[in-house]
Design a protein around this ligand. Structure first.
Ligand SMILES: *Cc1c(COP(=O)(O)O)cnc(C)c1O
Length: 460
């Protein structure tokens, strides 16, 4: 049979939306270290985690054995509003670059929240409702996660309070209005509504806030409010599990044309889109079935994988969350302001951290100007205005394609295009005006962050 030409977009049907998530934890032969309770230094029990998170999510978090976990029909129904997402063959980009490489990207920006975060928001809101909860809390940095969760909470009928990092609230007032339109209450963080917020305000009056501080506020609020839990949009294993729909759909679409990628690239903030994109491909690599080059791309301003330490650290700067073993810059690390807000997190998913530590993937850090150069090039050639976070992956996909041009190798490159840049026009303005900064932390900056890593026996 003649080989079918590969179309610009490979679509799946609604029927082909995955019926199960892929649990990368079960595929890993060596599991990541457990979360520790800071009070006892012992692994967190499910009971303790259920005080903060929904029960179903805790069970998924601790599931290290089932490779596939069923997606409830009610969640698939929500997914049908915006999935399957397109897998695009970047013919125009290939041509412009003059590369023999084949470039594919999975676009997750085609929903109102504008990013992949909706994939886990839907699942977490559904499980909270099913458990009979009345409300949930969360934090948001750049605003994508808060928006996604507002959409999901509106759909399933849950109240939501979002602690939004104060600087983002001021920089992105329209994000806040989108959330309010979906019914969420949005509070700039640090705020005087929690002990964690009041403490930061006393210590750093006038601070613009940080994701770590907002997490601290949201967790505290959830714990003191009856019938309320906290939900997190990245980092945790169950979030990566929900995001595996990205990788599963990509794999199914590529398989229709017999394509297997040689390189898979994603941006890494807390690691959720990347963990989800690579999941089924990485599972096969661990099983010895492929030799894909996996690349996680982070901003040079917040280089947790390439310059961080692999130790136990708090997930928030208020130091009230459990301790996670992860690559971290220190829970007190304050990254320079950057326009890839979704990538400004001091730590990294324990799953991604462990994969990196074991050598299953590599990491690259890129500077902000090079990222926006790639974003603009991509917008002009492929037509899609990318989120600054996603543009980190574009940068490295372009670099790899240019390497293929030099070597003449016809590699197949897949990258995750996690979101749209519509809410980031202030960042594009700075770039267009030639005013974009490229702040990279000095060794002394990093040392100051490392000094905030807890001095506990597990880190000796
Ligand atoms: C939040 C976000 C990211 C980074 O988060 P991960 O958990 O690392 O995936 C990347 N891209 C976009 C568009 C985002 O909104």
């Amino acid at each position: 049979m003649a080989k079918l030409p590969i179309p610009y977009k490979i679509y799946l049907s609604e029927e082909e939306i995955p019926r199960q998530w892929y649990n990368l934890n079960a595929a890993m032969k060596v599991k990541h270290a457990p979360f520790l309770d800071p009070a006892t230094g012992m692994p967190c029990t499910a009971d303790a985690l259920e005080q903060v998170f929904c029960g179903a999510c805790v069970a998924q978090e601790q599931n290290k054995t089932d490779l596939y976990i069923d997606i409830p029909e009610e969640i698939r129904d929500f997914y049908k509003m915006y999935r399957p997402s397109p897998l695009v063959r970047a013919y125009c980009l290939e041509k412009a670059l003059g590369t023999p490489a084949e470039i594919y990207y999975k676009f997750e920006g085609n929903n109102t929240s504008g990013s992949h975060k909706l994939n886990s928001a839907a699942a977490q809101a559904y499980y909270a409702k099913k458990q009979g909860l009345e409300s949930v809390t969360t934090e948001t940095g750049a605003g994508q996660w808060g928006t996604a969760l507002s959409m999901a909470c509106a759909y399933y009928g849950l109240d939501l309070t979002v602690y939004m990092v104060k600087v983002s609230c001021e920089q992105k007032p329209y994000r806040k209005e989108v959330m309010r339109t979906y019914g969420a209450a949005v509070i700039p963080s640090p705020s005087d509504t929690t002990e964690a917020g009041r403490k930061i305000l006393r210590e750093f009056p006038g601070t613009g806030g940080s994701l770590g501080c907002a997490i601290g506020e949201a967790v505290e609020k959830a714990v003191v409010t009856p019938s309320c839990r906290y939900v997190l949009g990245s980092v945790l294993d169950h979030v990566l599990l929900h995001q595996s729909v990205i990788g599963l759909e990509s794999k199914a679409a590529l398989a229709k044309y017999g394509i297997e990628p040689d390189i898979v690239i994603g941006c890494v903030g807390g690691g959720s889109n990347y963990g989800g994109l690579i999941a089924p491909f990485m599972g096969e690599k661990i099983a010895g079935k492929n030799d894909i080059d996996f690349i996680g791309v982070e901003p040079a301003s917040c280089p947790s994988l390439t310059r961080g330490k692999y130790v136990y650290d708090y997930c928030d700067s208020a130091r009230i969350t459990p301790l996670a073993k992860m690559y971290t810059l220190g829970c007190g690390f304050m990254p320079a302001p950057s326009h890839a807000g979704g990538l400004r997190y001091h730590g990294m998913s324990p799953v991604v951290s462990e994969l990196y530590h074991q050598g299953w993937m590599r990491a690259v850090a890129v500077g902000q100007n090079k990222v926006f150069e790639a974003a603009e090039y991509f917008a002009r050639v492929e037509g899609i205005l990318p989120a600054p976070e996603s543009a980190h992956a574009i940068r490295v996909a372009i670099d790899e394609a240019l390497r293929c041009r030099e070597t003449g190798k016809k590699k197949r490159i897949l990258f995750g295009l996690t979101g749209t840049g519509y809410f980031d026009m202030a960042a594009y303005k700075r770039y267009n005006d030639g005013e974009m900064s490229d702040t990279v932390p000095t060794d002394a900056d990093l040392a100051a962050g490392f000094a905030t890593i807890p001095d506990i026996p597990a880190n000796k």
